[in-house]
Write a protein that binds this ligand. Sequence first.
Ligand SMILES: Nc1ncnc2c1ncn2[C@@H]1O[C@H](COP(=O)(O)OP(=O)(O)OP(=O)(O)O)[C@@H](O)[C@H]1O
Ligand SMILES: [Mg+2]
Length: 263
Amino acid sequence: MAAPSAPPVATGMHPAAQPGMVHPSPVLAARGLLMTYGTAGTTTRALDGVDLDVARADSLAVMGPSGCGKTTLLHILAGILTPSSGSVHHDGTDLASLSDRRRTRMRRQDFGFVFQDGQLLPELTALENVILPRMLGGVSRRAATAEAASWLDRLGLSGMHERRPTQLSGGQAQRVAIARALAGRPSVVFADEPTGALDQTTGQAVLQILADSCRDTGASLVMVTHDAKVAAACRRTVAMRDGRIAQEFVRPAEDVELAGAAR
Ligand SMILES: Nc1ncnc2c1ncn2[C@@H]1O[C@H](COP(=O)(O)OP(=O)(O)OP(=O)(O)O)[C@@H](O)[C@H]1O
Ligand SMILES: [Mg+2]
């Protein structure tokens, strides 16, 4: 993993990606994932043999009923949870081969996260919420501020940089969370029910901003959702059932583009 270097340009492509192109070597490759929670007597098999590749600059929706293992899969792909068995490779590196410190650094540098309620820090302004993880990653305050401001403006939040999360609507707060996820120019953005706490119209708009921003920067998007309309913003959908991938569906690229153009 490279040490933090010159601050990246906020709107730049991830170096490994090309706009609109699905690169053949996967950015994430999961094989034989099994996940069992709990101890003897009270165990839950949350994943029961998942193989999954995520291509560069692609978008993947993970669907399925409550409890089928979607969040568990997302957290294992992102290196937040370690599977009971099986492997995840990111850019060819086995996550299990990394020390905790290197795995944390990889998450900070290569991955962005958007969760259901945004998880913004309430005592920080919108701008500070975006710059904090960048500064923790070694970027100077000046560079982090410039890229954060540019992302907030791009997501329609100019004039709101100094507001705290309680002074923002749910949709605005989620856009701050998207700015935070994308400011580091991640190779993968993970989103777990990113629009689950929003009304349908706001949720659709936020989702489209998320999908478009990922597409523009060449980041892959892995998104958990219950909503088929939300999943339609992604090129690929996998449907899980009882810890396995039961079905897969790929949309023609023009349909995904049209979904974006129709907002
Ligand atoms: N920390 C944990 N300890 C024990 N069991 C867990 C834990 N986390 C999840 N589980 C169990 O693992 C299974 C999969 O959970 P997971 O959170 O991955 O489901 P999900 O598909 O994301 O559900 P939802 O749509 O409700 O968010 C469920 O049966 C759940 O109860
Ligand atoms: Mg979940």
